[in-house]
Every structure is written in C-alpha cells, then in structure tokens.
Ligand binder design. Structure first.
Ligand code: GLN
Length: 232
C-alpha cells in the first residue's frame, strides 16, 4: 500500500477586525495582510487551514490552551509572549501611537495627563498604557475589539486610545474613522505568526519557509502594497 501523506490541516485563530491585517471584504471573506500571507504560504507549502476570528485576547488564549494550532493577528513579538509562544520571523514592522478625536485639542502625550484611555484587552497597546498609567495619571478602560475602543473615543467617553499606528492610520484613511494620531510612534515592534511554545514546529517552519519565498518572489511586497500602498 503506497503511503500517501494527507496534507496537514490547521486551525488558525485571528482577531475579529484589525484592518489592514484582517477584515471582512464585502462578500464576508477574511482578507488583509495576515490573511493573504497565510493563504499564499499555505499554497506554497501544501497545507490547508481554517480561520477562527475569535478576537485578539481570545485568539491568544485559544493558542495557549491548545484549542488552535496557530495565531496570526498583527501580533507583536514580545519577550513576555515568547515565554508561551514560538514566533515566526518578523513580517511587518509596526509601532504604537495614541489617537484622539479628530476635533480634539490634545496634540501630544503631555496633553493626555489625567485623561481616560481606551485600550484593547491583552494587547501591546494596553500594556503600554498600563505602564504609563501612574506617571501620567491615566484611567485605563478596556474593550474586546478595536471598533468598540474607537467608539468610546468618538462618543467622548474616553479621551484617547492607543493601538498599532498602521491600524489606526488605515481606518482613518479607508474607513473614515474620525480620529487623529498624535505625538510620536512610541515603540517600534515586530509582528509574527505564533504557535504554542514547543508545538507545531512543522507549521512554524512552513510559515517561515513560505514567507522567505514570498519575500524573494516579490509576492510579499505586492501583498503589502495592496493594503498599505505608499506607506508600506
Ligand atoms: N499588535 C498588538 C499586539 O500584539 C495588537 C494586536 C491586535 O489587536 N490584533 O498586542
């Protein structure tokens, strides 16, 4: 009997909406930098997968508790997370930045002293707001997803939010989000695909191999250009 190895099938968790990394197009398909990279890598490496758009904190938690094989969610590679996860090579250089309502008079971090800051649970932005909290006398309020976090600033309940700068920039430009970025980009960070530490090494290796080949073929750059264009 010839042994025919079935293609591996993986379950991959992601955020609900985190454009330009993952979001639904008008037909309800998940698209974006993460989704297109994963699709191209899976095709090149010969594996299949299904996407579970759980939300960021839930995706991280599902990976930690072995309910999914991997997570791709514009996820920042941090030393703290490396204790629980193995990360792929960096595929996007990002950074955190505060944003306020488009008509706000606040222009920089100093202007945020004593203010209320909306953050998304479990994110690098939430960590940074909590780190600055005592020095700047912030009140930090948490949300499960970016949409509700932005909404809290738009309604004036929160004074500002902090999140990955390219995500806010994309929503301002393409989603008509009435916020503006203020101050400087606060931390530059790398973005990676994650598996649980010590597990799914084959999947991680396939991701890295596929990513490297997409980089050399130019496909990686064309995916970035498709979503971010000149600012990529
Ligand atoms: N890059 C941020 C992090 O990893 C936010 C990710 C997200 O909200 N999907 O914490």
């Amino acid at each position: 009997v010839p042994s025919v190895k079935a293609a591996e099938h993986y379950v991959i968790a992601t955020d609900t909406t985190f454009a330009p990394f993952e979001f639904q197009d008008s037909s309800g398909n998940y698209v974006g930098i993460d989704m297109d990279l994963l699709a191209a890598i899976a095709e090149a490496e010969g594996f299949t997968y299904e996407i579970k758009p759980l939300g960021f904190a839930a995706a991280v938690q599902a990976l930690e508790s072995d309910q999914v094989d991997g997570a791709i969610a514009g996820m920042t590679i941090t030393d703290a997370r490396k204790a629980s996860f193995d990360f792929s090579d960096n595929y996007y250089e990002s950074g955190l930045q505060f944003a306020v309502a488009a008509d706000s008079k606040i222009t920089d971090l100093e202007g945020l002293r004593g203010k209320k800051i909306a953050v998304k649970t479990g994110t690098a932005g939430a960590d940074l707001a909590n780190k600055l909290k005592d020095d700047y006398n912030f009140t930090v309020v948490t949300f499960k997803d970016s949409a509700n976090m932005y909404e809290d600033v738009l309604t004036g309940n929160s004074d500002a939010t902090i999140e990955d700068a390219p995500v806010i920039a994309y929503a301002i430009k393409n989603g008509n989000l009435r916020l503006k970025l203020i101050g400087e980009k606060l931390e530059t960070s790398q973005t990676g695909f994650a598996v649980k530490k010590g597990k799914n090494a084959e999947l991680l290796a396939a991701f890295n191999r596929g990513l490297a080949s997409l980089k050399s073929s130019g496909k990686y750059q064309s995916i970035l250009d498709k979503y971010i264009g000149e600012d990529a």
